[in-house]
Design a protein around this ligand. Structure first.
Ligand code: NPG
Length: 369
């Protein structure tokens, strides 16, 4: 059922993180999130843009995302008459890049379409499970003691696997100590967010002794061949994150032997429908996938949980409890972790219900076009 798009609200909110989250590319202490609300002839839908404040993880950033949606994407979307969510990517295809902005728009249209039809994202995607294992991402600390205390806390909360952020100077020793702490049976993986170079390949192979599930994106996003070399040299499976921005880049990286595992982030690849296509490709090629996280609010996390319920997501995703990052979420039904698992939302649409009063309280700007 095609929807007639009427208006678009840009809602900016400020959410403090419970503790600073340090990665090899920066420290996050507060999120400045862009939410999009589409008004259609069949009701509203919400999308969340995962772009950060600064272009340090990817070229996109939140102010830029808002601008490209306002001046380019929204006019193109509304210019061609009523549409379905499946047509959004096609209408936006003439515009290069800006996957996070495009994903947020597609998400809002999907939410509206699904709510109008009384369906959930889980069913549209063809997901099967009703709960998914939950992994937690642990930042870089000033001291090893702080790291170990934090990891112990997450183990106590029951997480199914731990991901450690690494960078040059914060790798072998933290991983060794955490492996000792959590034991051999706990799923453990590392994420470098492009912090290493090809000349570090030998050094990175020293991580092999820790029985990691994978090493994620150690080299720059353009260095697919470098990742293929690492994959040949190391017994730890090489997983790509930043390098995978589309179905095509996923297919090419797999063919080159650079992606033994793929982290699927809907925002990074232009939306949940492209994410589903990448999942299907990876299943076809026998490549395990898992669902990444971008510090989403309850809107994005609800949708991620539905995506992660697809059968090819055989590794636990970065779908931690809302309280991992936020004291209070903008939804009434924030993600919680029970027995190391997160329940897939059952409500129609993306599966969340907004806490409107709190959302209004933390709104920093609202513009409707
Ligand atoms: O659980 O949302 C989460 C955080 C998971 O570590 C995480 N995300 O590189 O994958 C990453 C990292 C990230 C966070 C990247 C924020 C970009 C922005």
């Amino acid at each position: 059922m095609p929807l007639q798009l009427r208006h678009l609200e840009f809602r900016r909110i400020a959410l403090d993180l419970v503790t600073p989250f340090r990665t090899s590319f920066g420290v996050e202490t507060r999120r400045d999130v862009l939410l999009l609300r589409v008004e259609t002839d069949h009701g509203d839908g919400w999308g969340e843009c995962v772009a950060l404040q600064e272009p340090r993880y990817s070229p996109e950033f939140v102010d830029g995302a808002q601008l490209v949606v306002r001046d380019h994407l929204w006019p193109a979307l509304t210019g061609g008459g009523p549409l379905t969510a499946a047509e959004v990517a096609h209408r936006l295809a003439p515009f290069k890049g800006h996957q996070m902005a495009k994903a947020a728009l597609e998400m809002a249209v999907l939410d509206a379409e699904l709510r109008a039809a009384g369906r959930r994202l889980h069913d549209l995607l063809g997901a099967e499970r009703e709960r998914v294992p939950s992994g937690v991402s642990v930042g870089i600390f000033d001291t090893l003691d702080e790291l170990l205390a934090q990891v112990q806390g997450y183990v106590d909360e029951g997480y199914a696997r731990i991901k450690l952020k690494i960078e040059p100077g914060w790798d072998l020793e933290p991983v060794r100590l955490v492996r000792e702490l959590v034991g051999d049976d706990m799923g453990l993986q590392v994420d470098a967010n492009t912090a290493y170079e090809r000349s570090d390949i030998e050094h990175l192979c020293r991580l092999d002794e820790f029985g990691l599930l994978l090493i994620e994106q150690p080299l720059p996003e353009e260095d697919v061949v470098g990742h293929a070399r690492l994959a040949r040299a190391s017994s730890t499976p090489v997983c790509l994150d930043e390098s995978i921005v589309s179905l095509q880049t996923a297919a090419d990286a797999i063919e080159l032997g650079a992606a033994e595992v793929v982290n699927i982030k809907p925002g990074r690849v232009g939306g949940y429908l492209e994410a589903r296509r990448i999942h299907d490709l990876c299943v076809d090629r026998g490549v395990p996938v898992w669902c990444g996280g971008m510090l989403e609010t309850g809107i994005g996390r609800a949708a991620n949980a539905a995506l992660a319920a697809l059968p090819g997501f055989t590794l636990p995703g970065d779908i931690s409890a809302s309280t991992r990052f936020y004291r209070r979420d903008i939804v009434r039904d924030p993600i919680t972790v029970t027995d190391g698992h997160v329940a897939v939302p059952t409500a129609p649409g993306l599966g969340f219900e907004l806490d409107v009063a709190f959302l209004d309280e933390i709104t920093t700007a609202s513009v409707t076009i």
